[in-house]
Design a protein around this ligand. Structure first.
Ligand code: SF4
Length: 689
């Protein structure tokens, strides 16, 4: 019997899993009681992981133009074509599009190859769609992409605010922890701020059903009161000056709630000794998402409710290793280990990697990357472990771009994906249960994903595939790893290299791990260095020191509504998001029959008034259209929606419902600072189908 303590590959909660395969090949899983993220709990997706490990539908062998070939032939072919494009058109003509599903070791290798040796920064990731606004918020406020809180803080707070976060469905085990904390301490208040009445509201003392996209108004108005009554932050006159223009009545009008509700919420915040604000896609996926993040962080900086137990702004990541991707520099606008495109950092990376080819300028972010492919400027793209033909906004335009791209390489687990259909060359990657490496969850906790299954067919680790490609491109020496342990130690060493403490991300304490120590590594929160050998639960505990050094900044935020505005032709606002039992584009969870039972078809949530106005009946089909495309979904009439606002899940792909792809409707409007698309608001019309 093979068994392993490993980590769930779905959401950013990062639950520990004990998995084992018996002699008959049956895989069973249970929650890991020793893992500090979940203490043995699992949600329905995690509990069904054993049902996703079969080989039906797996991509098991390399392919070139649809023909099965050897690894040597596939790598030679891909390397030769990439080299020819680089030689003829320069390094900016190639791009990688990676995934928060990759392990840190895979991500590190891909980022190193692109930014360190090919010499362009065109590596971006599906995490751009998920939390890049949160990154901008932290960097502007703290000078570092540093999440200050831990999950244990939800058990120690007095007021817990969930905004733009349906944790009950998207982060279920964290939600269970919050529910258990509420049961143990009923005096802990929970406020949910969300246009929809979601399942998360079941444990809330108050639900503020604000107008879609109006969140920042609520926070900016509160900042003015903190300035008057409880300010713990010198300076920041710009942020306070803007806030003073937002009276209670103006906030109530902007947010579409009563002034009494706003006043009560403000009282709750001001009177609670410890406050946490948890936020995710409802904040981040906005044309002003970065500003919304800073509007939240401003409240905690101004009130001093940060850097101590039960306090702080806490962005929840969507994916198992979105944080690891941030750490290795997997976003096109940052370098490895949270370094920036500044001369000192570029030189530092060059010294560490022994390369004179370090990218000097930021690369293309997800939406603009596929635009550049469509214009013919990027002539080769390597997609790793993600499905942009379904998940990116204006996904039909993404498909057109991929169809015209001279070279599309796809590293995948599944044989049939919407994006894989466009591939000239396909590499079979290892899946969960076979992979070996690390991930970092929302609370900065690094955990091991350990293998308990043999590699099937010719499937290989992503880091190995990248290293082999690097050798074909002439960079053998820098990619000579034999095991993910070597990749991880190199990454850890880089985090401490010439780091005088200015860079918050520092795991140099793990750089000297032996192979056995790496295999046995227990979950640990960074920083892990000489000052924090056992890791650290919280950052900014020395807040006044950070403030003195000028590291803490409040950002002046002027609240803005979504760019998508309704009109006579498109009178409704469509929100998109996750449902409880599916993951991303369903390439894995769609294969598990019991996970398909919860919501088996694309669904459209509609308020009863809108259903009556547009002639929609429960369980009947509706056609939803935007200027970019249309979809068909089953109608769910529910008072959980605000009138004028619809909701549809983001998951369905061509295989499960060709006409159920919601991203065919979503406009590629992005936040100017983060490049994150405004996936939460699209102006649409609806009619019976
Ligand atoms: Fe996996 Fe997230 Fe569920 Fe935990 S909460 S079991 S990490 S999907």
């Amino acid at each position: 019997m093979n068994a392993a303590r490993t980590t769930c590959p779905y959401c950013g909660v990062g639950c520990g899993v004990v998995a084992q395969r018996d002699e008959r090949g049956v895989v069973t899983v249970r929650g890991d009681e020793r893992h500090p993220a979940n203490f043995g709990r699992l949600c329905v997706k995690g509990a069904a992981l054993g049902e996703t490990t079969g080989l039906a539908g797996r991509l098991l062998y390399p392919e070139v133009e649809g023909e099965r070939v050897s690894w040597a032939r596939a790598l030679d072919e891909a390397g030769g074509r990439l080299r020819a494009i680089i030689d003829q058109h320069g390094p900016q003509a190639v791009a990688f599009y990676a995934s928060g599903q990759l392990l840190t070791e895979d991500y590190y290798a891909a980022n190193k190859l692109m930014k360190g040796f090919i010499g362009a920064a065109n590596i971006d990731t599906n995490s751009r769609l998920c939390m890049s606004s949160a990154v901008v918020g932290y960097k502007r406020a703290f000078g570092a992409d540093a999440v200050p809180c831990s999950y244990e803080d939800v058990e120690q707070t007095d007021l817990l605010i969930l905004v733009g976060a349906n944790a009950a469905w998207a982060h279920p085990v964290l939600y269970q922890r919050i529910a258990a904390a509420k049961q143990a301490r009923p005096e802990m208040k929970i406020v949910v701020i969300d246009p929809r009445r979601t399942a998360t509201c079941d444990i809330a003392d108050k639900h503020l059903a604000i107008k879609p996209g109006s969140d920042a108004g609520l926070f900016v108005g509160l900042l003015a009161l903190i300035d008057e009554q409880a300010c713990d932050f010198d300076g920041a006159s710009d942020a306070f000056a803007v806030a003073r223009e937002w009276s209670l009545e103006r906030v109530a009008d902007f947010c579409g709630v009563t002034a009494d509700d706003v006043a009560r919420f403000y009282d709750d915040f001001l009177s609670a000794p410890r406050v946490m604000t948890l936020y995710t896609m409802g904040i981040n996926q906005s044309s002003s998402g970065s500003d919304k993040c800073n509007a939240i962080i401003n409240l905690h900086l101004a009130s001093g409710k940060i850097g101590r137990p039960g306090c702080g702004p806490f962005s929840l990541t969507g994916q198992p290793n979105a944080m690891g991707g941030r750490e290795v520099g997997g976003l096109a606008n940052q370098l490895a280990c949270h370094m920036n495109f500044e001369p000192a950092d570029i030189a530092r990376l060059g010294r560490f990697w022994g390369s004179e080819r370090i990218a000097h300028t930021p690369g293309l972010m997800a939406v603009e990357l596929f635009d550049a492919i469509g214009r013919g400027e990027v002539k080769a793209v390597w997609v790793m472990g993600t499905n942009p033909a379904v998940s990116l906004p204006d996904s039909d335009r993404v498909r057109t771009a991929l169809a015209a791209c001279p070279l599309v390489i796809v590293s995948e687990v599944a044989a049939q994906t919407d994006t894989g259909c466009f591939a000239h060359i396909r590499f079979p990657a290892l899946a969960w249960g076979e992979k070996n490496g690390t991930v970092t969850n929302s609370e900065r906790r690094i955990s091991r994903q350990r293998p308990f299954l043999d590699a099937p067919g010719d499937a290989r680790a992503d880091w190995w595939i990248v290293a082999q490609m690097a050798q074909r491109l002439g960079f053998s020496e820098a990619f000579g790893w034999a095991h993910p342990h070597e990749v991880f130690c190199e990454h850890a060493a880089l985090s401490g290299f010439e780091n005088d403490g200015a860079r918050a991300f520092d795991i140099s304490g793990l750089a000297g791990l032996s192979r056995a120590e790496y295999d046995a590594l227990e979950p640990v929160q960074w920083p892990i260095n000489a000052a924090n050998p056992q890791g650290a639960a919280r950052l900014l505990t020395q807040r006044r020191g950070w403030r003195k050094e000028g590291k803490l900044q409040m950002v002046a935020v002027t609240p803005q509504l979504p760019q998508a505005q309704v009109n006579a032709q498109y009178p409704l606002l469509l929100n998109t998001g996750r449902i409880r039992d599916q993951w991303h584009t369903m390439t894995r969870t769609g294969e598990v029959p019991r996970l398909m039972q919860h919501i088996p078809l694309p669904q459209l949530d509609v308020h009863p008034e809108d259903a009556a106005r547009y002639g929609l009946f429960p369980q009947a089909l509706a056609r939803v259209s935007s200027p970019l495309g249309w979809m068909v979904a089953k109608v769910n009439v529910t008072a959980a929606q605000r009138p004028g606002a619809l909701f549809a899940p983001m998951h369905w792909n061509d295989r499960f419902a060709r006409q159920g792809r919601v991203n065919a409707l979503v406009a590629p409007v992005v936040d100017p600072h983060s490049g994150q698309p405004e996936s939460k608001q699209t102006a649409v019309r609806v009619e019976a189908w």
